[in-house]
Write a protein that binds this ligand. Structure first.
Ligand SMILES: Cc1cc2nc3c(=O)[nH]c(=O)nc-3n(C[C@H](O)[C@H](O)[C@H](O)COP(=O)(O)OP(=O)(O)OC[C@H]3O[C@@H](n4cnc5c(N)ncnc54)[C@H](O)[C@@H]3O)c2cc1C
Length: 476
């Protein structure tokens, strides 16, 4: 490719949470102009409404940008700082005729983007944004009275169920690239060299190609057992697509098209589709209630008297609670940057109800350690677990980690994998080792309180304490 010249016209594709070329309307629009495309990523950590990414997300973003850059033949231009300033400097120094991007549905991000759009229009530049991250943009779905939905089933029934022809995903178009350098990827400072990052390198492959491979593998196998199998903690039947959806390596339309085209039976397809719509409902709720990451959606629950106990929080974070399923989940998270969805509910319930610690503490830890950390899905689900969110689990429903373990990890594969000090314990006692006779513990090499902790709280009495605290809050 010949070197680019500042006078040569080009269009910018501003990549954000859409790190892919296929089914990316902004990229497709740029390709249709027939001009050279300058692919741009800006790390704008001070933008209102966004929150600086956590450590695992930063690592994942670095890896995902690296992969996108490969797809772009090394042409991805990295910028750092205020988006408006970076774009403006490019517009001032190059011959830019268009700037295209994918919307992020947070009101303050949309407001910032609208200012940028107006500024570009005032300079005679074509500036357009597209929906590429959700099946349906949140502003298009309202109740008859013009207010947003608060109940998932009505939201689902009205806007998603029975829709048989979702937008057909489009292949990646051909495009010639415009090369321009601002800073290099390392200068974004997303990756550190802690052992954790290096371990994550061995577990994950970022990017569009890998997302597509996982999608195909899931449709060929996991989807066939999804309806009943998705709760199995060993994770054989779940897709593990969340990390690819969260930075847009895969488009939701692409996922739906692949799932719906499969011959594996309507029940499984619909069960999976419903999960994807939970993702939409979380994004929708954040769009309509931008305070969701830090305020209970049901105001009464702001009055819960959370305990302040840094040591208890730390034991939960480190997977040292003495409840094997909770510990397995928390250690899976720390070791791999991912946690099975059912385990997320169990560890969340344990933190909020049994330890009576603020859901925001849990949300913050997940934010820092999840590779798929997503502002909407994370805070929405934490509020769901805490009982203070939209269509949330009632506050008096408190997950019992022993029963959950026996049901969804019956053969103990999950706990044995992440809590190896219990690996040799008989399955009958694995989820409640304190019930095991001394001989069974000794035979498995387990000394409770020494090789594995005793339960840090008693389940029944901590449950009672939570019920009282919640009742008091609701009473006012
Ligand atoms: C406390 C808590 C925090 C969570 N934080 C996040 C988060 O930060 N980011 C995130 O993507 N998901 C989050 N989830 C939702 C869910 O647990 C994960 O999306 C799912 O487990 C990811 O694994 P998977 O891709 O194999 O799921 P699958 O079962 O294969 O589901 C397919 C897709 O559906 C979507 N999905 C499934 N369940 C949910 C749900 N409850 N809410 C929203 N979308 C869903 C995801 O995009 C997922 O990739 C959280 C759940 C809980 C209980």
């Amino acid at each position: 490719m010949p070197p680019s010249h500042a006078t040569e016209p080009c269009v910018i594709v501003w990549f954000r949470h859409d790190l892919r070329l296929a089914d990316n309307p902004a990229f497709i629009c740029a390709a249709q102009t027939q001009k050279r495309i300058l692919p741009l990523y800006i790390l704008d950590e001070d933008a209102t409404g966004t929150r600086p990414s956590g450590a695992a997300s930063r690592w994942w973003l670095h890896a995902s940008l690296e992969q996108l850059n490969k797809r772009l033949d090394g042409a991805l231009c990295y910028g750092k700082g205020q988006a408006m300033a970076v774009i403006d400097s490019l517009v001032e120094s190059l011959n830019v005729s268009g700037v295209y991007w994918t919307d992020i549905y947070h009101p303050s991000v949309l407001a910032r983007d609208a200012t940028i759009k107006a500024h570009l229009h005032s300079k005679g530049i074509d500036a357009r944004s597209f929906n590429g991250s959700l099946l349906r943009p949140p502003q298009t779905i309202l109740k008859e009275d013009g207010t947003p939905y608060k109940v998932f089933t009505s939201f689902y029934r009205t806007a998603y169920q029975g829709v048989r022809s979702w937008q057909k995903p489009q292949d990646a178009p051909q495009g010639a690239f415009y090369r321009h350098t601002l800073v290099d990827l390392l200068a974004l400072g997303l990756r550190d060299d802690r052992r954790w990052s290096v371990e994550l390198d061995s577990l994950w492959v970022a990017g569009e190609d890998e997302g597509e491979r996982l999608l195909r593998a899931f449709v060929a196998r996991g989807l066939r057992g999804y309806e009943q199998g998705r709760d199995g903690l060993a994770g054989d039947d779940v897709s593990r697509l969340s990390s690819y959806l969260c930075l847009g390596a895969l488009s939701p339309h692409r996922v739906v098209a692949a799932v719906m085209a499969s011959d594996c039976g309507q029940t499984h397809k619909e069960a999976f589709f419903r999960q994807l719509v939970w993702r939409e409902f979380a994004a929708y709720t954040l769009y309509h209630v931008p305070s969701m990451p830090h305020r209970s959606l049901q105001p009464a629950y702001e009055r819960v008297s959370w305990r302040d106990d840094a040591r208890a929080l730390q034991r939960w974070q480190q997977g040292q609670t003495g409840y094997p399923l909770v510990d397995a989940g928390m250690r899976q998270l720390w070791q791999t940057g991912y946690m099975h969805g059912r385990a997320r509910m169990v560890v969340g319930s344990f933190l909020v109800k049994n330890l009576l610690l603020d859901w925001r503490d849990g949300e913050a830890w997940f934010w820092d350690t999840l590779v798929d950390a997503d502002l909407a899905s994370n805070s929405f689900n934490w509020q769901w677990v805490a009982g203070c969110g939209r269509d949330a689990v009632p506050y008096f429903r408190i997950f019992n980690p022993v029963l959950q373990g026996r049901k969804f990890d019956a053969d103990g594969r999950y706990v044995r994998c992440y809590v190896p000090e219990l690996a040799r314990l008989d399955s009958r006692y694995l989820h409640a080792p304190w019930e095991a006779p001394q001989e069974a513990l000794a035979a498995a090499g387990v000394a409770l309180g020494r090789t594995y902790p005793l339960p840090m709280v008693e389940w029944a009495s901590s449950r009672k304490r939570a019920l009282q605290a919640y009742k008091d809050a609701v009473k006012g």
